[in-house]
Design a binder for this molecule. Structure first.
Ligand SMILES: [Zn+2]
Length: 253
């Protein structure tokens, strides 16, 4: 089926991370980033579909003060959405690639959406350890949101245009998103499967991934999907990939 020409992909500004010293070093477990300065944008994405809108990742919190100097929040997500006449309450579906603070920071805004999430990821996001952190201020409101639990790849609207792909290893329920656009073609938003373009080339992963072998298997699986579909990969923390996207409120179609 040809994708609807009404589907739009917007990249919003969810902040940025400047990693130096130990923070940069831990972004690859082979030591490749030790001594480097890594500047990483933190985008969030809105996919508009004739049957509803999907938010993919929600950036970093505007209000948390415990994140340190390496994290700079983006402009208000509410204000950004307002420039295209949307409010969080208009968004039908929310999904985050994983629960880390730079991907779920404004998640609570979308308490009225249907949250699509791997059950294991959801469990970690609400375990005792997480509950003891300010992360609850970021996304705690999702606990009572309408929730669709997915353990397999999930075709959000049933037409193949927006598919959430299981890609565990960075976290136990990490996912990536395939969006099929009429003009731009298939786009793969890779969450934190890779952090930089060279991470993909060299199959590098952070020291803090929850499962190394599972991460490598997810890389293989996603690379096979990319080869099969011809998808353009957007590495979400890559400055070059960020710069290659239309600047919000412009969008890909
Ligand atoms: Zn991240």
């Amino acid at each position: 089926m040809a994708p609807s020409d009404e589907i739009r992909l917007f990249a919003l500004d969810g902040g940025r991370i400047l990693a130096t010293g130990a923070d940069a070093a831990e972004m690859s477990d082979d030591g490749a980033y030790a001594g480097r300065t890594l500047e990483m944008p933190v985008p969030c994405f809105l996919v508009r579909h004739p049957l509803g809108d999907l938010m993919w990742d929600t950036g970093m919190s505007q209000t948390r003060t415990d994140l340190g100097a390496w994290a700079t929040p983006g402009p208000s997500l509410v204000d950004q959405l307002a420039t295209i006449r949307l409010a969080p309450g208009d968004i039908r579906f929310l999904s985050v690639s994983h629960g880390h603070w730079d991907h779920s920071g404004n998640g609570g805004l979308f308490f009225g959406s249907t949250w699509i999430v791997n059950p294991v990821e959801r469990e970690i996001m609400f375990d005792d350890e997480a509950r003891a952190t300010p992360a609850m201020d970021d996304y705690g409101a999702l606990e009572t949101a309408e929730t669709r639990l997915i353990t397999d790849d999930h075709d959000v609207f049933g037409d193949g245009s927006i598919v959430i792909i299981q890609a565990p290893g960075h976290t136990p329920g990490h996912t990536v998103l395939l969006v099929r656009l009429a003009e731009a073609g298939p786009i793969l938003l890779s969450g934190d499967l890779w952090h930089l373009a060279e991470s993909r080339t060299h199959r590098r992963q952070p020291t803090f991934n929850t499962d190394r072998a599972q991460t490598l298997a997810s890389m293989d699986r996603v690379e096979a999907l990319v080869a099969e579909t011809g998808a353009r990969v957007i590495i979400q923390h890559s400055p070059a990939d960020q710069a290659s996207l239309p600047r919000f409120p412009a969008s890909l179609r």
